[in-house]
Write a protein that binds this ligand. Structure first.
Ligand code: PLP
Length: 264
């Protein structure tokens, strides 16, 4: 039986909660989140949704955390550590996603403005699925309506709905990233928000394929959002940070390049 934990009694520093999968190569997933948040001086805590078998060339399988274990870890964390925001990446399966949605709702009862940044990861950067129909339904119906910001690329958006549908369902901001399907010298990203025309951000296209660029971007936005930036400011600064990491990317393996998230 688990030991009962004593109640909290002293003031503490709040941490950003990352929920994502583990990529042993370190390019993407929870390691990408932690490296990014560390670069922003942002304390963080983490829950692992799934373990993956993958390297810089691709993913061969994903194995979800037992839901009871995931929930017990979440309960222990929330009883002890104040949470200033949440960043979601790969969720593994619908059971973990449903627990995650409940967790967000629980935190939002006391903190209605808690920033929740959702990177709706459906497949690995190097190829290989990280989703199924039940997870897609849960993302669409339970997770994205709770998002402060979602960061789908074009492929992901196609599977989740339209920008309008997601905003109407409750997602407050949506950053449509164009890392996958665009051509040309620049890559444009479009931030759709509660009002008005979308903000557009362009960055020079870099040669090469990168492992964990989406995770880096979403984690950087989450750090900046909990540190008080407005959403357009957070996106602009996070894109600049991600670009610097990609310009200095390193070939750790035989496949995709790995963003260099260390301080220059
Ligand atoms: N999360 C996990 C656990 C992954 O393994 C991957 C890709 O391999 C991703 C997220 C998404 O990575 P990217 O930022 O390259 O889209």
């Amino acid at each position: 039986m688990a030991n009962p934990l004593p109640p909290a009694t002293r003031p503490t520093t709040a941490a950003l909660l990352c929920i994502s999968g583990h990529d042993p190569s370190g390019g993407a997933g929870i390691q990408a989140d932690i490296e990014t948040l560390t670069a922003f001086g942002q304390p963080c805590v983490s829950l692992i949704s799934c373990l993956t078998v993958q390297d810089s060339r691709g993913l061969s399988s994903a194995h979800c955390t037992a839901p009871e274990l995931f929930e017990a870890q979440a309960d222990a964390l929330l009883a002890d550590i104040a949470i200033s925001g949440i960043k979601l990446g790969a969720l593994g399966d619908a059971r973990i996603a449903r627990i995650t949605a409940r967790l967000i709702q629980q935190l939002r009862t006391a903190q209605p403005d808690l920033p929740v940044i959702v990177d709706p990861v459906l497949k690995a950067g190097g190829g290989g699925s990280l989703s199924d129909t039940a997870l897609l339904d849960c993302l669409r119906n339970s997770i994205l309506p709770l998002a402060t910001l979602a960061t789908p690329n074009h492929d992901e958006l196609q599977q989740l709905g339209s920008v309008r549908q997601l905003l109407d369902a409750g997602c407050q901001w949506l950053l449509l990233t164009q890392t996958d399907s665009s051509q040309g010298e620049d890559i444009s990203h479009h931030l759709h928000g509660p009002a008005g025309e979308p903000h557009s951000f362009s960055v020079p296209r870099l040669d090469g394929h990168f492992h964990g660029s989406g995770c880096t971007l979403a984690a950087a936005i989450a750090a900046l959002a909990v540190q008080g930036a407005s959403m357009p400011q957070a996106v602009e600064q996070a894109l600049a940070f991600t670009q610097r990491c990609l310009e200095r990317a390193r070939p750790l393996g035989q496949g995709q390049l790995f963003p260099n998230r260390s301080r220059p």
